[in-house]
Design a binder for this molecule. Structure first.
Ligand code: ATP
Ligand code: MG
Length: 547
């Protein structure tokens, strides 16, 4: 059990709560990323483990940056990850009237006031970490005046930014968050949920804990940067007639090397066209990982592996890739694709030769069955798997030597056909008889096994080779992450050749292309007529090997 599980278990056992209720509270201002996946697994996981509920609540207090596109995408991502929230989707904006009433309540208690300081002035009054702040000259306004001014703010009688509502706490507090924090700002922005009903909007701090209280959240879990906000969270809960008393707990956020996980920076990658969109397979967004071919189970496993602690740390992205590779190794059917096709003509077979060879779909998992492959006079192999001459280390096809075609025959190359530039365009070879599933009778064994596709049975496909988006482990170390974008993070291969089972693949189906890596049929661009496969991950971690 991690520390939050222990805590919930203790609270249940002590009878402090009789059911755990958590929430995942995204701001709909971008797509969810792998860091959010950690928070989702944590919040929904706690509810699942202890028979409680987890809510999905949009923290929509900043309408100018938010949109319905993000609201829809976030819901789809949470569901795709394998979680379902209790009840309807919730919105902080549904509580705007209640929050307004509670702001009036604080005014009536003498605990909030309307302040006319400009943003610039407010900054100088605020003090610094080492110096106390000074009281605003508007701090001692009467309750009546504050009530009237706040009502006028709401009624749209002042310009944007002309006034704010602040809590009256302590301008000398060592915790800056308690130096009369802002509760309401004037902002004439149409809200995606409430339209133009409001021209004042509550701050995150004023909305979050009260939203938790309204929903009966027992454990309000957030990342460590909110630790300093907890005294304020508690101040609101203690000073308002809220229906329940939630508590905030913090955990360390997920940082991954070779990755940026700030929505603002991810947005920059999208806006500047470095990637094709929020769901580009190179993005660490949930939608991007999905399109890349990561399964929800692999992402959940990764979140389990990294655990939950109270310290921020950086996790090696190789751990995520390992979880993905492991999952695909166990579950992805095998298939053959040739990325750089070279024709081999087997001159001792007739032109219309068609012979069925059976191919297991998985080397260990028989449940995945087998498929028929048609062996024909012409096959394509990868050009990198053939050399006219080579030393002993090259365990593929060499002129005058033998190689096995996976699950089919041993062949022996005896000649090449070249084009005007001297490039080999075709290899002439012979099939060694009786070698399907058996060694050659003359005792001359092939050195290696290579993949192949029948030229007449297979077909063309586009293959996108994706790699890490950044070349540096810490993309932000030298300031500008845009400067260390991997120029080879996407290589498109237009004329690959794939076996028939791949031509029949459906979007999001995952495969291991033998000897090449794990690939997935693109979620949006793939069709039977124009197959498109994305490389999810290589067979081995080539970054670790320094290759
Ligand atoms: P970003 O920093 O990317 O803009 P955010 O924290 O502003 O993210 P929110 O939509 O407010 O994004 O986040 C919703 C929830 O997800 C919050 O509870 C937040 O603590 C959590 N979260 C965000 N990023 C991470 C992360 N890297 N690791 C763990 N939890 C995270
Ligand atoms: Mg946030």
């Amino acid at each position: 059990m991690h520390f939050l599980e222990s805590l919930v278990a203790k609270d249940l056992e002590a009878g402090k709560i009789n059911k755990v209720v958590t929430r995942f509270p995204p701001e709909p201002n971008g797509y969810l990323h792998v860091g959010h996946a950690k928070s989702i697994c944590l919040n929904f996981g706690l509810a699942q483990r202890f028979g409680g509920d987890c809510h999905l609540r949009f923290d929509d207090t900043n309408p100018e940056k938010e949109s319905d596109e993000f609201i829809q995408a976030i819901q789809a991502d949470v569901r795709w990850l394998g979680f379902e929230w209790a009840g309807d989707v919730r919105y902080a904006s549904s509580y705007f009237q209640q929050l307004y009433d509670w702001a009036c309540y604080l005014i009536d208690q003498g605990l909030a006031y309307v302040c006319d300081l400009s943003a610039e002035e407010a900054r100088t009054y605020r003090g610094t970490l080492t110096e106390p702040g000074r009281n605003s000259p508007y701090r001692e306004r009467s309750v009546e005046e504050n009530r009237a001014l706040f009502a006028s703010m709401r009624a749209g009688e002042f310009e944007d930014g002309a006034k704010v509502l602040r809590a009256k706490i302590d301008m000398a507090s060592p915790n800056m968050n308690l130096r009369d924090p802002i509760l309401y700002r004037i902002r004439r922005v149409v809200h995606h949920q409430t339209g133009s009903e409001w021209v004042i909007y509550p701050t995150y701090d004023f909305a979050h804990g009260q939203g938790d209280a309204i929903e009966g959240i027992t454990h309000s879990i957030c990342s460590l940067e909110f630790e300093d906000h907890r005294p304020l969270y508690d101040w609101f809960i203690n000073n308002l007639p809220v229906p329940s008393e939630p508590h905030q707990y913090e955990f360390g956020r997920l940082n991954l090397n070779y990755t940026v996980t700030s929505k603002r920076k991810l947005k920059q990658l999208v806006d500047e066209g470095v990637v094709a969109g929020w769901d580009d397979p190179r993005m660490p967004t949930i939608a991007g990982m999905r399109r890349r071919g990561y399964s929800p189970a692999a992402i959940r496993t990764f979140c389990d592996m990294i655990g939950v602690t109270r310290s921020d740390g950086t996790v090696d992205v190789a751990m995520l890739e390992h979880a993905v590779r492991d999952d695909l190794n166990n579950n992805a059917p095998r298939a053959m694709a040739v990325l750089n096709p070279l024709t081999v003509t087997l001159t001792n077979l007739s032109e219309d030769h068609k012979e069925i060879v059976m191919s297991p779909n998985h080397p260990q998992n028989e449940a995945l069955g087998e498929r028929e492959l048609v062996f024909t006079q012409q096959v394509v192999i990868d050009a990198d798997d053939f050399r006219e001459e080579a030393n002993k280390k090259f365990k593929r096809l060499v002129l005058g030597k033998r190689v096995r075609l996976r699950n089919a025959y041993v062949i022996e190359a005896y000649d090449v056909i070249k084009d005007a530039e001297g490039q080999v365009v075709e290899v002439l070879a012979k099939v060694i008889e009786n070698t399907v599933g058996a060694d050659p009778e003359d005792g001359i064994k092939p050195k290696g096994v290579i993949q192949w596709v029948s030229k007449s049975e297979g077909g063309r496909a586009t293959i996108r080779l994706y790699d890490r988006l950044f070349t540096q482990a810490e993309p932000e170390a030298d300031g500008d992450f845009m400067a260390v974008v991997n120029p080879n993070s996407l290589v498109v291969i237009e004329r690959a050749y794939v076996e028939p089972s791949l031509l029949a693949a459906t979007p999001e189906q995952a495969f291991q292309f033998e000897r090449e890596g794990y690939f997935v049929a693109d979620r949006f661009d793939h069709s039977a007529g124009a197959p498109v496969f994305n490389r999810t991950i290589g067979l081995r971690d080539t970054w670790q090997e320094g290759a």
